[in-house]
Design a protein around this ligand. Structure first.
Ligand code: MN
Ligand code: MN
Ligand code: ZN
Length: 290
């Protein structure tokens, strides 16, 4: 049994330069069990259509490597919380296109940032997020890919730094069963949720469970933070080298309720992929330590 244990469900965000299948190959090289990728360029609105080869290669590599789940991260330009009508419509259209691409590729989850209300108020922003999501889910009716709302650090007018806000958005959805949550460790910590000690971790996760519930937690972004608790700054650091520290990640790694939840690094990269290997090795060690 021990010999066939594939180890913890950890992975990293990987580049799709040269084709989406490359994310799977990079994941394999780094020793990942799961992977995150962009399904189009993350800083452009335009999306070049996926070719039959793109789709075939991606699916073949996933089948061969057994890497999964695959989690897509949406473009950073998307803001469905915006009061700007043109940007709202452009954003929901872009999110729809990304969900369609995930569906074609057989990607299991599409993570997106709830968005910024830009001075129009949290309530109005949450209403638009739910409206945008309802529209997208209505447009892309036939897919198993779930939309995941990512927790945010709460910089500026970004919505989603409190679990209550995500709950309120989900309560406005017509098809909530197609939606989940992605917890980013750097973001929640920076938003004020402490996870540095066993007691703090328990308190934060109890709050998550009371407000959202463990079953909604479909993915974790594993990032340490360059800034301290409650600073609302979103700057990722290597595991154990930031203000969270390695203990915090150990609590997540050893939480039996999170065993099947993919844990994905979004930590700084280097050309040789050494950083990912270093962070993944530390996470494997933390999974076993007490
Ligand atoms: Mn994100
Ligand atoms: Mn993240
Ligand atoms: Zn971040």
């Amino acid at each position: 049994m021990a010999k066939t244990d594939p180890g913890p469900l950890i992975g990293a965000h990987m580049s799709i330069a040269g084709g989406v299948f490359n994310a799977v190959l990079h994941a394999e090289t780094a020793g990942c069990r799961c992977v995150q990728l962009f399904v189009k360029s993350s800083n452009q609105w335009r999306a070049k259509p996926l070719t039959d080869d793109d789709i075939k290669q991606f699916k073949e590599e996933r089948k061969r490597t057994k890497i999964g789940p695959a989690v897509a991260h949406s473009s950073y330009l998307i803001n469905i919380a915006t009061p700007d009508k043109a940007l709202f419509e452009k954003s929901r259209e872009a999110l729809k296109v990304e969900l369609e691409r995930c569906n074609i590729l057989g990607v299991e989850y599409l993570v997106f940032h709830p968005g910024a209300h830009v001075g129009s108020g949290v309530e109005a922003g949450m209403k638009r997020i739910a409206d945008g999501m309802n529209w997208v889910l209505d447009c892309v009716a036939e897919t198993d890919c779930m939309l995941l709302l990512e927790t945010t650090a709460g910089a500026g007018s970004h919505i989603g730094s409190r679990f209550e806000e995500l709950r309120e958005i989900i309560d406005k959805l017509e098809q909530p069963e197609r939606v989940g949550v992605c917890v980013d460790t750097c973001h929640i910590f920076s938003a004020g949720y402490d996870i540095r000690t066993q007691a703090a971790y328990k308190k934060t996760m109890k709050e998550f469970n009371d407000i959202l519930g463990y079953p909604l937690l479909k993915a974790l972004h594993f990032n340490d933070s360059k800034f301290d608790l409650g600073t609302h700054k979103d700057r990722h650091e290597h595991i154990g080298k930031g203000f969270i520290g390695k203990d915090g990640f150990g609590f997540f790694m050893r939480d039996a309720k999170l065993k099947t939840v993919p844990k994905l690094l979004e930590t700084p990269k280097d050309p040789e992929g050494k950083n990912d290997k270093m962070n993944l090795a530390l996470l494997r060690k933390l999974a076993k330590s007490k």
